[in-house]
Design a protein around this ligand. Structure first.
Ligand code: C2E
Ligand code: CA
Ligand code: CA
Length: 961
């Protein structure tokens, strides 16, 4: 307790205000006290001194009178006795008779003195009386008396001198005993320590120096100027107060300027106040102590609360709202402390609300998926609003009045669940009518069905905030609470939170969409190339840890473009979707319905077009990938139902594994692609495991592509021409332009080795334009040279035809070169005709409208039904060489060829047999009615200057006809 107060006192003294107050209090107490004490001391001392003076003066007066009376008595006695003495001296007998001779000494002209009684009388002549020698005799009138002092030790000798009236020569001397004038008894009669002195006119002590106060004569000599009576203060080793009284002069008797001086030590005079003086410092000290103690206590009572309030304020700035200030001063400061605590509590509530709101904001706005947002809301809302239960309903993004509700049935106890809910049109309308709040339960309004999870048989009250964003209802936040405790503040907090949740849900929805767009293929809903790469990377990462393998299957549909072209893009897309479903199903079958591809970790992805890829994680052997791939191929054995028709589709699959075929995602994927290309080259509908040699093939292909690009720039291409003849007459009726690449090292490279690469790489577009221009220029050159030039046909690849502006290009080139459209034929592959109503059909028509003649190349290899042909403005069919080669040896080939020829004739189309090499073939064809042929039998493709031989022969041929 004492320690405490000492500590708090120390603390107070460290505080500047505390020190100031303490000094103020102490000064207020000490200064007046000291002033009063001093004043009283001074006035009491003064009063005592005054009284002492009065008393001393009075005493001096009375003592003086006593001395004077005694002197007067002596004088009168001397006078009386002197008369008697003189009488005795004049009549000695009578004197003897009267006995005076015994008692008195008489001298006629001398001095009388007595040693007896108060007055001894001496008698004799002057000079004979020893004691008087050396005395200056006074001059006295007759009857007059005076006093004489003869200095002597230890006390001066006093003499009373009288001149009798009767004798002019006689002086009577009487020696006075000082004791008689002022005896020890008299001195004792004086009160206290008062001493009396009798000073003569020379201020010498009459009573004896030993008795007198040293220095008194000096002091008196200075003071007497003041008058016959008076008092003064002086110092004689101690302060003294003295009063004097001058003996009066009478006619008969004079004691010239004798003074009675009474002295008393000042200390004795002011003795009554000495006690006060002694005790005053103690009293003052005590009073000061009391003042300090009391003021400390008082300051403490005011300062400690201030200190506490200061600390409280500092705590608030440091974010501590929990510790209240403790002020128990019992006054206004205590009230202030109470108000401060109330304010702090309010601040805390608001601060916490803000903090919680900010945290919720951060949490929900940083959550990118709906479920996390819902969990965050369930976690944090109870901190903001007092609630018993709450739920967040999130509507599905597809616009259906259905959604998912996350429920916390007992706030703080984590009793969570999730249900699917359905909203009625009326319920949605209700949220539109009350977009801010909706109140349900406790007799106000029935709880809507989608919030039915709150109904527990009791009367519950619900506060709901519809979550709108951009005018779209995203969900409903519902809180079960006590309606009597709803304050405006919490309502606003909740509403604000609801707005933020709405924004977060909207963001999540957007993010979902972005995620789907960024990572999923919109057609098949399979992961796209980006996600596939990610997943493959993850799988490889895991494989690095567990030492297992990752297989990658690269799957490409065989002749998909043909299907696309034949059946149209709509059905092509449908096929891709169906393929995606079957591929996923491959990895589901084994493990029952529950274990989806995702759970197995297998990822089926569509990389684009008809290109698919499958990631097979955690393989023990590369062989396992092969089994999976075979299973996929089996999945293609059933026909696909597309619209009204069934189509058989096959696929080629390449496999590469990590780490066998590559150390990273890129390499493994690339090698799986290489293996797939190889599978295509191996005849399709097959699986190839990657081998290192495949890469060298791919490498050489890449090299070739680079060389091709350079060749275009360097003009290494040229056009050769092969004659087309009339079978019957062998007359040259046309020519086909065929491209040749004169490679600086490899020599002439046939188009079979690079046309496909040109198509794949897109080089065919500029190259094709170059060919067209070259052919037209050649026609024009031959015509200028005067040749009767037959129609020259040019091969146009499917990719060129799909090129926008191809018709315009042909038209421009014709115009540029000035070639008649009829002089040009364009050969198209059969598959291009399989898209009735599409853009290719439109382009074909537009080409025909230019006046260019159209031929179908490689006819018979496509899947098209011949009936399509009638929809197109085609004039010629070219039967594929593969039929002609076997036409004499294979019944099938012969039958197909015969049928094609018959059909073409029926449709009034020209038929050209390609690749006729033997006379047998030629005669077979002729017999079946085929009009035209092209082949080595009639002429190989040759450079234009060599082709002129055929041109030169033409007029002759015609002439010979
Ligand atoms: P295609 O359009 O069917 O051209 C006929 C091909 O058959 C030519 O091969 C020709 O030399 C060859 N040929 C002609 N008669 C016989 C024969 O009796 N026996 C044999 N074994 N072959 C014969 P080439 O020139 O190697 O062209 C191959 C293919 O390359 C062409 O087939 C065509 O599809 C394409 N091609 C050639 N030049 C061009 C061109 O300028 N543009 C486009 N887009 N493709 C071209
Ligand atoms: Ca051709
Ligand atoms: Ca052909």
């Amino acid at each position: 307790m004492l320690d405490n107060s000492v500590v708090s006192a120390q603390r107070l003294l460290r505080s500047r205000l505390g020190r100031r107050l303490l000094i103020l209090f102490a000064a207020c107490a000490v200064v007046p006290t000291c002033a009063v004490a001093l004043l009283s001391f001074v006035s009491v001392t003064g009063e005592l001194t005054r009284q002492g003076r009065q008393r001393l003066s009075a005493l001096a007066g009375s003592a003086g009178k006593t001395v004077y009376d005694r002197l007067s008595f002596f004088e009168s006695d001397l006078r009386r006795q002197g008369d008697a003495l003189l009488a005795c001296a004049q009549q000695p007998r009578r004197a003897a008779a009267s006995g005076c001779g015994e008692d008195l000494l008489y001298a006629a002209e001398g001095i009388a003195a007595s040693s007896r009684g108060p007055i001894g009388i001496l008698a004799g002549r002057r000079g004979s009386v020893d004691p008087l020698s050396g005395l200056q005799l006074p001059v006295l009138s007759p009857g007059q008396s005076t006093l004489l002092v003869r200095p002597a030790e230890p006390a001066p000798a006093l003499y009373l001198v009288h001149r009798p009236e009767t004798s002019s020569e006689t002086l009577l001397f009487a020696r006075l005993s000082p004791d008689y004038l002022w005896s020890a008894a008299d001195a004792q009669g004086l009160p206290g320590s008062i001493t009396l002195d009798l000073l003569d006119a020379d201020y010498a002590s009459v009573l004896g120096a030993s008795k007198a106060l040293a220095g008194l004569s000096h002091a008196v000599s200075r003071a007497v100027g003041q008058g016959a009576v008076g008092s003064f203060e002086w110092n004689d080793s101690r302060p003294l107060l003295s009063a004097y009284w001058t003996l009066p002069r009478t006619t008969g008797f004079s004691a010239p300027l004798w003074r009675v001086v009474l002295s008393e030590p000042r200390a004795d005079i002011i003795a009554p106040i000495a006690g006060f003086r002694r005790s005053f410092p103690l009293v003052l000290a005590l009073a000061l102590l009391a003042v300090v103690a009391l003021s400390l206590r008082q300051i403490q009572r005011s300062l400690l609360p201030l200190d506490e309030l200061g600390k409280g304020t500092r705590r608030i700035t440091q974010g501590d709202f929990r510790t209240p200030v403790r002020v128990s001063s019992g006054d206004e400061l205590e009230e202030l402390g109470g108000a401060f605590n109330v304010m702090t509590a309010r601040l805390e509530r608001q601060f916490r609300a803000l903090e919680t709101a900010a945290e919720i904001d951060r949490a929900i706005l940083s959550s990118v998926d709906t479920a996390t947002i819902a969990q965050t809301v369930l976690d944090r809302v109870p901190e903001l609003a007092s609630c018993e239960a709450l739920s967040l309903t999130v509507l599905s993004p597809d616009g259906e009045p259905a959604g998912t509700t996350w429920i916390e049935l007992a706030c703080g106890r984590g009793l969570r669940s999730m249900v699917q809910v359905q909203l009625t049109a009326a319920e949605i309308l209700q949220t539109q009518e009350q977009p801010e709040w909706m109140s349900f339960g406790t007799g106000i309004a029935a709880i809507p069905g989608y919030l039915g999870h709150f109904e527990n048989g009791l009367d519950v009250a619900l506060l709901c905030c519809p979550l709108y964003h951009g005018g779209e209802l995203l969900g409903v936040l519902a809180v079960r609470d006590d309606p009597t405790r709803r304050s405006n503040e919490t309502l606003l907090d909740l509403r604000r939170l609801a707005d933020r949740v709405a924004v977060a849900l909207w963001n999540a929805r957007m993010m979902d969409q972005v995620r789907v767009l960024a990572f999923y293929d919109s057609l098949t809903r399979l992961p796209n190339r980006v996600l596939y790469k990610q997943r493959l990377g993850q799988a490889i990462g895991r494989a690095q840890e567990d030492g297992r393998r990752v297989g990658v299957c690269s799957l490409d549909l065989d002749h998909f473009s043909r299907i696309n072209d034949t059946l149209g893009h709509g059905l092509g897309d449908q096929l891709l979707q169906e393929v995606a479903v079957r591929m996923q199903a491959c990895f589901r079958q084994d493990d029952g319905a529950d274990a989806g591809a995702e759970t197995l970790g297998v990822q089926v992805a569509r990389l684009g077009g008809d290109e698919f890829a499958v990631v097979l994680p955690a393989l023990a052997e590369p062989q396992e990938a092969l089994w999976s791939a075979r299973r996929m191929l089996e999945a293609f054995q059933q026909p696909f139902r597309l619209g009204s028709q069934e189509v058989f589709v096959t696929a080629s699959i390449g496999i590469a594994t990590y780490p066998d075929d590559g150390p990273d995602t890129e390499t493994v994927h690339k090698n799986a692609d290489v293996a797939m290309t190889h599978a295509k080259e191996e005849g399709r509908n097959t699986v190839e495991l990657y081998s290192a040699s495949m890469n060298s093939e791919a490498l050489s292909r890449m090299q070739l592509e680079q060389e091709l690009r350079k060749a275009v720039e360097l003009g290494e291409f040229s056009l050769w021409y092969q004659p087309i003849v009339e079978l019957r007459t062998r007359w040259v009726t046309g020519a086909e332009a065929l491209i040749r690449w004169e490679h600086p090292e490899r020599g002439v490279v046939p188009p079979g080795e690079f046309i496909r690469l040109c198509e794949d790489s897109g080089l065919i577009v500029p190259l094709g334009e170059w060919i067209l221009r070259g052919v037209c220029a050649q026609i024009r050159a031959w015509e200028r040279a005067g040749y009767d030039t037959p129609r020259v046909s040019v091969n146009l690849s499917a990719r060129q035809l799909r090129q926008r502006g191809i018709v315009r290009t042909v038209q421009d080139i014709l115009a540029e070169t000035g070639v008649r459209p009829g002089a040009l034929a364009i050969e198209l592959t059969e598959s291009l005709l399989m898209e009735p109503g599409g853009t290719t059909e439109r382009r074909i028509r537009e080409l025909a409208e230019l006046g260019v003649s159209l031929a179908i190349d490689d006819f018979g290899t496509g899947y098209s039904s011949l009936s399509y042909l009638k929809n197109f403005p085609v004039s010629t069919l070219k039967i594929d060489r593969s039929f002609i080669v076997d036409v004499t040896s294979s019944a099938d080939a012969a039958a197909i060829t015969t049928a094609i020829i018959a059909l073409a004739r029926a449709m009034e189309l020209d038929v050209v047999a390609e690749g006729v090499e033997t006379k047998a073939q030629a005669s077979f064809l002729r017999e079946r009615g085929c009009q035209k042929a092209q082949g080595y039998l009639y002429g190989r493709p040759v450079p234009p200057q060599e082709f002129t031989q055929y041109l030169e022969a033409r007029p002759r041929q015609r002439a010979s006809a």
